[in-house]
Design a protein. Structure first.
Length: 145
């Protein structure tokens, strides 16, 4: 009788390798979820800075007053009086203004309508470790910090 030459892996070895692969995939998923959460918040901060800077530039270039109006999760840019300049921009889900800031007005020369400047606070909600940031619009120059 001939002896069969068996080569390959046993079922137990295959199951052990699959268990290790599933554990590694689970750890990678948790790491990526945390990375994506931080990206959403920093993107929202960048978005707010962009809209406010764009409003100031629009006011200077066109020689008109421009107002940025806020809701809990969106911003709109308006030319004074009452003509919408750009469509609304929305914040990512779970990120809101806290509290909702008053409208930000830029005069035709780019200076803020309020000489004390403006403070805009963003907060990330519904997460284990929430983040928050305060943006300041300088009352003299209109620059966002």
């Amino acid at each position: 009788m001939r002896k069969l030459n068996r080569s390959g892996f046993t079922l137990l070895e295959l199951m052990a390798v699959m268990l290790i692969m599933f554990m590694l995939m689970g750890m990678a998923t948790v790491s990526l979820r945390g990375l994506m959460r931080g990206t959403g918040f920093s993107g929202a901060v960048t978005n707010v800075r962009s809209v406010v800077t764009q409003a100031r530039q629009y006011a200077i270039m066109r020689g008109v007053s421009v107002e940025v109006r806020f809701t809990s999760n969106s911003m709109r840019m308006w030319q004074v009086p009452g003509q919408e300049v750009a469509e609304a921009r929305y914040l990512a889900t779970g990120i809101e203004f806290d509290p909702v800031p008053p409208s930000v007005l830029f005069n035709a020369d780019g200076t803020p309508g309020n000489t004390l400047g403006y403070d805009i606070s963003l907060a990330e909600l519904y997460v284990a470790h929430p983040q928050s940031v305060d943006l300041e619009i300088d009352g003299m120059t209109g620059w966002v910090r």
